[in-house]
Design a protein around this ligand. Structure first.
Ligand code: T1G
Length: 705
């Protein structure tokens, strides 16, 4: 209970919650709050109560560690705040909640049990539970509609998106925005409310914001439509509508029981297991053994060589994070075009209301452009984002070596080339690291941090810190061909093409994948990325071992100039530039090439398509794990969740395999091996874990200890 303490200021008991890093509500913290509120209520020296979070935020929610246990059946961590919230709400002295940072989930529910709420101007308040596959479980679905109305409560709980203090003030969720000393502001409000006659109003008794019964169905319909549209595959957003409906139709005590039932239903769901796993997996990637304890020096200046799509996107990501950027290329024309693209992208953000013109101006002012050999001498990090050619990259790294200050990080954005070969062009391979951004680099959260044989731990730590500073997820991977993401993507893409040769159509394959929850089908992805990208890789470094089956159609499409969206046709045709339409010409070509290849076409079930594509990812993932190219199975999952559109409610390919059972996965892979030959050879690690009755998650846990 040490995490909760009280100090009396101006006759007000200020209860401070101090449970770093985000004041999560563990059962101990809840007990501490309960004890301190009871003491303050009985303390004659206190006429009112203020509750505040220590450190950078108010309470950011229930302890998700406890929720993780619940998802797997251990109910000891189930948050039960009812008695404490009732003690707060029934307190005869006014209780003012003072919020800063992120008052989320159980944190906002705690605040709503108070009689009044104030917030700092930059505070954000929300019920993000659906992002974890659950719904608010501490009466939030019952109090929020009573404070802001059903429509706003539906929008907040279905989207899971926090709102600003301004929005909260306008909606009636808070009474006041405090500029300056938050506690002092809250204390003064508490003293003012203590002078009012009668007991403080209880949120649970407020009905003025609840709609008349006749208006409710239409509101709930809007909530359900929002869930169906924005959270298509998720169960919790639909369930939370039912919980909010209970707030508007049942007395509070019955409504909260209904909420609790629905909360436990969701808390034990497969989606909650996966989404909570994904939450922690994304935060585990930064835990890389052997890195220096002290934090790396801050990055204030970055120089980028290559003003193309990637270089421009990386420059935006840096400018967005407040870092000064020098963007260079060989010719002024390339630099001008790069800056024009960046400007156009920012202007689009203004049009969409994401940025103000002033914010864009500030960010553009951080980007300096220069043609030719630019000075790198004051850069903390230099990033090469030039043509995917080894000689070009080595020449640039020779310039980095000669022109940068000691301690500068020398990074390459290469997606396929050997980091060690690039590093060999410098006298300081320890400073060389891969920063494999994903296009568009100013949007995609994933960065693969590729460590070469000689990359120093301090360089890896600096790269991780830069990724976090850019608001990205930096995953450390080994220097194998395709690193991790593309290493799995290539066999996945070719297996899809083999399925098309054997009888499936590109649109059937893509439908199966999007029905599974993938953001895009693989043929649509290939058309978007450009078929020529993989074509060039096949020509420069054929990815097929001797005797391995090779795709029969992709090269022919490239020889026809069908590179995908950018040429108006690839696997699909794009009559209006972006909408993919099945193309009979492609179907005829596939039929012809299959015939020429002696492949007897047949109807292929959706189940077989899903099996072969998912298990390709899993089997290759097991190989990558075994080779040490990925530190953890969960890192592979994070790469697929943040860089390849894999659905978070399935946890990632490795988590999916665990949930399916590795014995079944191994059985199925062995069947496919018997049917299709060498490429389906079960990875030895998969074979071992299946034999031991283990899981990838247990392997990760064992390695972490
Ligand atoms: N419980 C436990 N640990 C948490 C946590 C939580 N709620 N939130 C964050 N952490 C840890 C996180 O694992 C990391 O640990 C560190 O804090 C910094 O996090 C009853 C049931 C608050 C916006 O969903 O959105 O309440 O890696 O890297 O980028 O109805 O954390 O350092 O060891 O993300 O500054 C609802 C989840 C829970 C909020 C801060 N609340 N957290 O972002 O830091 S369910 C949430 C966040 C609930 C009630 C229901 C973010 C953040 P480590 P970070 P950040």
């Amino acid at each position: 209970m040490g995490a909760v303490s009280t100090e009396v200021l101006d006759e007000v008991a200020v209860i401070r919650i101090d449970n770093p890093p985000v004041n999560a509500l563990s059962n101990d913290v809840i007990a501490g709050i309960h004890a301190e509120v009871a003491r303050a209520a009985a303390n004659p020296a206190a006429r009112a109560i203020v509750m505040v979070g220590a450190g950078r935020t108010f309470v950011a929610g229930a302890d998700i560690k406890g929720l993780e246990g619940m998802a797997w059946g251990d109910m000891s961590g189930a948050p039960d705040m009812h008695d404490t919230f009732e003690l707060i709400e029934d307190c005869p002295k006014p209780v003012v909640m003072a919020m800063h940072g992120t008052a989320l989930g159980g944190g906002l529910e705690l605040a709503m049990a108070g009689h009044y709420r104030v917030a700092s101007r930059d505070a954000r308040l929300g019920q993000p539970e659906v992002n974890l596959g659950i719904i608010p479980g501490a009466e939030g679905t019952q109090r929020l509609p009573r404070l802001v109305g059903v429509e706003k409560a539906l929008e907040m709980c279905v989207s899971g998106r926090p709102i600003s203090a301004d929005d909260a003030l306008h909606a009636g969720l808070i009474e006041w925005i405090v500029d300056g000393d938050l506690v002092a502001g809250a204390v003064s409000l508490a003293r003012e409310k203590a002078d009012l006659p009668g007991p403080p109003r209880r949120t649970r008794e407020r009905t003025d914001k609840l709609p008349p019964p006749s208006a409710l169905p239409a509101m709930l319909e809007v909530g359900r439509a929002l869930a169906a549209k924005t959270k298509k595959h998720l169960e919790a957003p639909r369930v939370v509508v039912d919980a909010i409906a209970a707030a508007a139709t049942l007395p509070f005590d019955q409504g909260r029981v209904r909420e609790r039932e629905l909360f436990f239903e969701c808390a034990r769901s497969e989606q909650a297991k996966a989404l909570i796993y994904a939450f922690f997996a994304e935060r585990t990637v930064a835990k890389v053994p052997g890195l220096p304890a002290e934090p790396p020096p801050p990055v204030t200046s970055v120089a980028i060589v290559g003003a193309g799509t990637m270089g421009g996107g990386i420059a935006m990501a840096c400018a967005n994070a407040g870092i000064t950027v020098t963007l260079t290329d060989t010719e002024q024309g390339f630099v001008d075009r790069g800056l024009a693209t960046i400007t156009r992208n920012y202007e689009a953000s203004v049009t969409r209301g994401r940025l103000t013109p002033d914010e864009v101006r500030t960010r553009l002012d951080r980007i300096r452009t220069q043609a030719g050999a630019a000075p790198f001498d004051n850069a903390d990090v230099v990033i090469e984002a030039a043509f995917e050619n080894m000689a070009v990259k080595q020449e640039i790294f020779r310039r980095f070596d000669a022109g940068t200050k000691p301690g500068c990080i020398l990074a390459t954005n290469t997606s396929t080339l050997d980091i060690d070969a690039i590093a060999s062009a410098t006298s300081r391979p320890g400073a060389v690291v891969g920063l494999h951004f994903f296009s568009p680099a100013n949007v995609m959260r994933l960065v693969e941090i590729v460590r070469g044989r000689d990359t120093a731990p301090a360089t890896v730590a600096a790269a991780l810190a830069l990724a976090k500073r850019l608001g990205k997820v930096g995953v450390v991977v080994g220097n194998g061909f395709g690193f991790v993401g593309n290493r799995l993507m290539l066999p996945y893409m070719y297996e899809a093409q083999f399925l098309a040769e054997e009888g499936a159509t590109p649109q059937q394959v893509d439908r199966v994948l999007t029905d599974f929850g993938m953001a895009m089908g693989i043929f649509a992805v290939d058309d978007m990325a450009g078929l020529d990208v993989a074509w060039r890789v096949r020509q420069e470094r054929p990815p097929f071992a001797a005797g391995m089956r090779q795709p029969l159609v992709a090269d022919v499409l490239c020889e026809m100039g069908r590179f995908g969206q950018k040429t108006g046709a690839g696997w699909y045709r794009y009559a209006d530039g972006r909408k993919a339409e099945a193309d009979p010409e492609v179907e005829n070509l596939i039929n012809r090439r299959a015939r020429e290849g002696g492949i007897a076409r047949r109807a292929i079930s959706d189940a077989e398509i899903l099996d072969r594509l998912m298990l390709t990812l899993v089997n290759e993932g097991a190989r990558v794990l075994e080779e040490g190219i990925a530190l953890r199975a969960s890192d592979i999952d994070v790469i697929y969740l943040t860089g390849y559109g894999f659905p978070a409610f399935r946890g990632g390919p490795m988590f999916y395999a665990d949930r399916r059972g590795l014995a079944d996965v191994h059985r199925r892979v062995s069947e496919l091996h018997a049917q299709h030959g060498a490429r389906w050879q079960p990875a030895p690690l998969l074979e071992r874990l299946a034999r031991e009755g283990s899981t990838f998650r247990q392997l990760d846990a064992a390695r972490a200890n």
